[in-house]
Ligand binder design. Sequence first.
Ligand code: THU
Length: 153
Amino acid sequence: MRMPAELDPETLRALLAAARSARRRAHAPYSTFKVGAAVLDERGRIHAGANVENASYPEGWCAETSALAAFVAAGGKRVRALAVAAHSKVPTTPCGGCRQRLAEFAQADCWVFATGAQASPAAPQRWTLGELLPHRFGPPALRRRRAGTERLR
Ligand code: THU
């Protein structure tokens, strides 16, 4: 896959800062694993969110999901990049469910940045959505199915 264009350094800084700032407001009293996330939309706007845990453990959700909800509520249509901020030694990449949620709004060339306790927070590790979720199921599959169904009628 062709690698996507670089984000300009100022935008990347702002995206990481938004994820880190959301992390401070995470509600994670059970795992104590606070996570913040921020998405960059097609208009250059940034939408952030944090993980929200619950006393009924399975009802909690991830920071990426919160950020995507904020993006949708603000009228965002396409995610260009996502940043995740946690304090883990191993960089925190979005869980499988959040990769799938991101894929609803992003192309394979969407950047995913992870910043955490690693040596240089200014140089986050990064992947593309295509690397993190290859052969994904997404909206195009349903469009093909609908087209196929029409032919069967
Ligand atoms: N978590 C996230 O918010 N994002 C991730 O990418 C991984 C995990 C949250 C879910 C839960 O509140 C806590 O981290 C521990 O799994």
